[in-house]
Design a protein around this ligand. Structure first.
Ligand SMILES: [Zn+2]
Length: 158
């Protein structure tokens, strides 16, 4: 790891511990050049080994990064942090693992994300939902929009 202070690539790990119930490993490091101490986080990768079945029936490997990218676009200029998005995807992955099986329809993943995004940020939710949902789910979108107005939030700018 490169020291964030002096850029030297020579550090010693002082301490390692699990965070977020074992999903993350937190390491306390010390630069051996300037003795600056910093923390790094390692995430366990490729926990979810699934085929995603797309609408046209084709299959692609599940990719966490692809999902995160879609969420980041939906959350553009909104008050949603990267940590919140990572956590959202963690929850979706956990649900997928609980389900078991080797394949999952892309629409299922989309709905899992939409459900959680709804709780995080309304505008991001509507942006994401409008892209992800099937046309026959537009009623859900309209219902949410209606509810948002009643809650005094005004019409979300999509
Ligand atoms: Zn240093």
């Amino acid at each position: 790891m490169r020291c964030p202070l002096c850029q030297a690539d020579n550090d010693k790990v002082l301490d390692s511990r699990d965070a977020e119930g074992g999903r993350l490993i937190r390491r306390r490091r010390e630069c051996q050049a300037c003795f600056h101490r910093f923390t790094t986080f390692e995430r366990i990768e490729a926990r979810v080994n699934l085929s995603v079945v797309k609408k046209d029936g084709s299959r692609v490997p599940y990719e966490r990064e692809k999902i995160l990218k879609g969420l980041r676009i939906a959350c553009y200029k909104r008050q949603v942090s990267e940590v919140q998005l990572e956590k959202l995807v963690d929850e979706v992955e956990e649900e997928l693992l609980k389900r078991g099986g080797k394949e999952v329809p892309s629409a299922d993943i989309g709905l899992m994300m939409i459900d959680r995004l709804k709780l995080l940020d309304h505008v991001a939710f509507l942006r994401f939902a409008s892209v992800y949902l099937n046309p026959d789910r537009v009623d859900v979108l309209l219902e949410e929009l209606h509810r948002a107005r009643w809650n005094g939030m005004g019409a979300p700018a999509i």
